[in-house]
Design a protein around this ligand. Structure first.
Ligand code: SAM
Length: 233
């Protein structure tokens, strides 16, 4: 019998925000896989699951998904990783691939899931707590209320126009991958006449050096930085 691939959300940082279903799948699978951008990289997702399920004696394997700007390099790594997964599944073993936050939110895993399903293997996606829900909860802010709208955008270089459109259209905006763009977000709020106090930075939520507070343009932020903008508060 062929193995099954599970995409397992592990939450944004605190181990106790993993779901019972994620724990169950991670405890019962044959192999735990984790994605890295380059060989030997530390995995935050692994460090989240370790206190809950323990990794000693477990078969834990890394899968490299490069973030190289060249399409062909990224695709080559992806093909290698998918090839490795398919041969494990063919041997009858189940693999659980862990993903930070919720797996449906900007996760490479979903490309893999499609490729593995297209190759004729069974897959299952386990949802989880995403980073902005946890950050908003810690900040004591609702994501949306009543008939307000809500949108999520990544702050990708050269696509700042999307934040302008969002500021004109939605009461509540989550800006992900915002770590290099805090200054630019502040400028766009100013040019749209929106007070900077309407933005809350949620950085390293649930991790060491957690910062949940105002847009401080002098501060350095790491990759795990998200901004919640609430126009009507
Ligand atoms: C590739 S996306 C992954 C999102 C993740 N699947 C989720 O559900 O939040 C990476 C972005 O998610 C956000 N992020 C992930 N973990 C975070 C955390 N612990 N604190 C703040 N932002 C986080 C940041 O905006 C980061 O640039």
């Amino acid at each position: 019998m062929k193995g099954k691939l599970y995409g397992v959300s592990v939450g944004p940082g605190k181990s106790d925000l993993m779901t019972l279903r994620s724990k169950q799948v991670l405890e019962s699978c044959d192999i735990i896989g984790y994605p890295v951008k380059s060989t030997g990289e530390r995995s935050v997702a692994l460090s989240i699951i370790e206190p809950v399920i323990g990794l000693e004696g477990r078969d834990v394997r890394e899968f490299v998904f490069s973030m190289d700007p060249r399409d062909e390099v990224r695709r080559q790594h992806e093909n290698v990783a998918i090839g490795e997964l398919l041969s494990i599944l063919e041997s009858g073993k189940d693999v659980a691939m862990v993903t930070l936050g919720d797996i449906g939110v900007y996760s490479t895993y979903m490309y893999v899931d499609r490729a593995v399903r297209d190759a004729g293997y069974e897959t299952e996606v386990i949802p989880g707590v995403n980073s902005f829900s946890h950050g908003a909860a810690l900040a004591g802010l609702p994501l949306m209320l009543g008939d307000e709208g809500f949108c999520v955008i990544p702050m990708a270089k050269g696509r700042e126009d999307r934040l302008e459109v969002a500021l004109d259209s939605f009461e509540n905006i989550v800006v992900m991958k915002a770590f290099k763009s805090i200054g630019r977000i502040a400028e766009l709020l100013d040019s749209h006449g929106i007070p900077r106090e309407c933005a809350t930075v949620m950085s390293n939520v649930g991790m060491d050096d957690e910062y949940i507070g105002p847009l401080d343009t002098e501060r350095d932020y790491g990759y795990f930085t998200t901004v919640l903008i609430k126009r009507c508060i």
